[in-house]
Design a protein around this ligand. Structure first.
Ligand SMILES: [Zn+2]
Ligand SMILES: [Zn+2]
Length: 330
């Protein structure tokens, strides 16, 4: 099969995947073999190939927003030919304290698709059957792909931030994840304030009905109840804190941040303001979000790339040149 392969000896500040012919993965008990139909590109993929996240394997096929078709290892729940999704959370041990306390997203021995195991920048992928889920009808393959991490994790971020109906919510950064979360916030009658670097992202936020849109260092005129930061920048977390009312919460939706600058406790954190981080997702998040996405008819903007152009797809995410989500179609 054809695959885009990351090599840990080739880490640079630009994506450098090589298109290779690899053997098709062998079916293993408890897994299903999928023919990849589409695979969304996530900022985490960029962090992996640029070495912001430590390489865990010498060679890796990235990609964890996989839409595929079951071709081997079918089960009653996952019959042959069924269209299914695989996300970042590719498995847990089911034994650790976190798994036993409903926090499988924090499992001590997690499997991460496209990081600890090969992912979907390929024609075929092996996935654990218990972490492969049927996809709702109504969205075609390339439009459903970005829901599988960007969408689910954006939704989890709203939960972690404790967003309640009618609140004022700030979104700092407006890539794939934020642009999917805004529809849910609007359905909860929240006012949405978007601060983001990319000009095309600001335009898109405005066109999606954000109450206020500004640059990443601009501050809305009102105090926010909640803020979610999507940019991989510690500075943005401090900007978000500066816009927060007493008792407000900042949730950081980023697997990697550059250093957070020193900030003034008395004015920025005192008053029971809280900073939380969002890590991974649970299967419950996935099924809850996909249900809501189906009800709200959430349809992401996508730009399609061929597998041969995987590096260009990653660059588009890095440079924020696309208005929505990049999706690779092998
Ligand atoms: Zn566990
Ligand atoms: Zn992701």
């Amino acid at each position: 099969m054809k695959a885009a392969v990351f090599s840990s000896t080739h880490i640079s500040s630009h994506p450098f995947l090589q298109i290779e012919d690899l053997p098709r993965p062998q079916l293993v008990a408890g897994n299903v073999l999928l023919r990849v139909i589409a695979c969304g590109v996530c900022r985490t993929d960029l962090h992996i190939v640029e070495g912001d996240l430590p390489p865990l394997r010498p060679r890796l096929v990235p990609g964890h927003q996989i839409v595929g078709e079951v071709v081997e290892g079918a089960t009653l729940e996952l019959p042959l030919g069924m269209r299914v999704g695989v996300s970042w959370m590719g498995g847990v041990d089911g034994k650790c304290w976190y798994c036993h306390h409903g926090m499988e997203n924090l499992c001590d021995k997690p499997v991460f698709t496209g990081y600890t195991v090969d992912g979907g920048y390929a024609e075929y992928v092996l996935a654990r059957a218990d972490f492969t889920f049927p996809l709702p009808p109504g969205l075609d393959d390339v439009h459903v792909a970005p829901l599988l991490c960007a969408g689910i994790i954006g939704f989890r971020s709203l939960r972690v931030a404790g967003v309640e109906k009618g609140e004022r919510v700030g979104l700092f950064g407006f890539g794939s994840s934020a642009s999917l979360a805004i529809a849910i916030l609007q359905s909860w009658n929240c006012e949405v304030y978007v601060a983001t670097r990319g000009e095309s992202h600001r335009r898109r936020a405005a066109s999606m009905g954000a109450t206020w849109v500004g640059k990443e260092d601009e501050k809305p005129a009102v105090m926010l109840d909640r803020a979610i930061t999507f940019a991989p920048s510690g500075k943005v977390v401090v900007s978000a804190l500066a816009s927060l009312r007493k008792g407000g919460v900042v949730a950081i939706n980023a697997i990697h941040l550059d250093q957070m600058p020193a900030f003034n406790y008395d004015t920025l954190l005192w008053g029971e303001r809280q900073i939380r981080s969002v890590a991974n997702m649970t299967r419950q998040d996935a099924s809850d979000f996909l249900k809501i996405a189906h009800e709200l008819r959430i349809r992401p903007n996508v730009t399609v790339f061929a597998l041969d152009d995987a590096n260009e797809a990653l660059m588009a995410v890095k440079e924020e040149t696309e208005d929505g989500s990049a999706v690779i179609v092998p």
